[in-house]
Design a protein around this ligand. Sequence first.
Ligand code: GUN
Length: 293
Amino acid sequence: MAAKVISGVEVAKQIRAEIKAEVEDLKAKHGSVPGLVTILVGENPASVSYVTAKQKTAKELGYYSIQDNQPADITEEQLLALIDKYNNDPQIHGILVQLPLPKHVDETKVLYAINPDKDVDAFHPVNVGKLVIGEAVFKPCTPAGIQELLIRGGVETKGAHVVVVGRSNIVGKPIANMMLQKAVGANSTVTIVHTGTKDVAYFTKQADILIVAAGKPNAVTADMVKDGVAVIDVGVNRIGVTPEGKAKLAGDVDFEAVKEKASLITPVPGGVGPMTITMLMKNTLESFKYSLN
Ligand code: GUN
């Protein structure tokens, strides 16, 4: 079987069109729009490019958006004061502090300072806790994008065995928690494998849905999956340079070989990646709608 390759670019475009229409509708009714601030400390090139993409999308969707650039030597106290300012700004519904932060700033302290009601990354422990008990207002963006791809890709999740490769706080743990909830796009049996697992292939071969966030190329090869599996590849690995001088990317899955056995697979680039920013916009919209109540 050759897999259906599901384009995150296309699905993201569809969701953005839905968001844009809803924002226009809410603006007409209430005279206000969702507001997002992205705080960037320093000039890390990858962070600059992520933040630029987030701001560009926010503007395209009609959001009120602020790009707040701060110098790399900002003190922790100054950064906390800045967050406090946005916590109290009624035009701002989402606050995102781009990570990583410089070493002299305590990242945990900064993330905990964001009002959980404006924590559109869903990194605050209050939001992590709500996710675990099935009461999430915000779902972390990459896992939310994965779930949306499964739903819109027509993958049956109820009763499916989902195997998650990787246990990070940003992807592995939250997606595992989300897939086991009694909810639409979930209700699955979930296994997590990680670097401490003795026989990873023993588990991945049992997966109906395989979500791979291992952080290394070819972490999953064709001999590790069963026929008909739906594969979501979260990996983004720089494996070289294209003739045009751009970074050449690969996922964590041996795409060409696994595609021949799977029923559905996401490409890298163009799979989960485009979904992440879209789900950030969705969270900001949810926060805005909550503020209208
Ligand atoms: N740095 C890399 N990914 C992310 C993300 O999803 N959110 C934030 N705040 N920083 C990041």
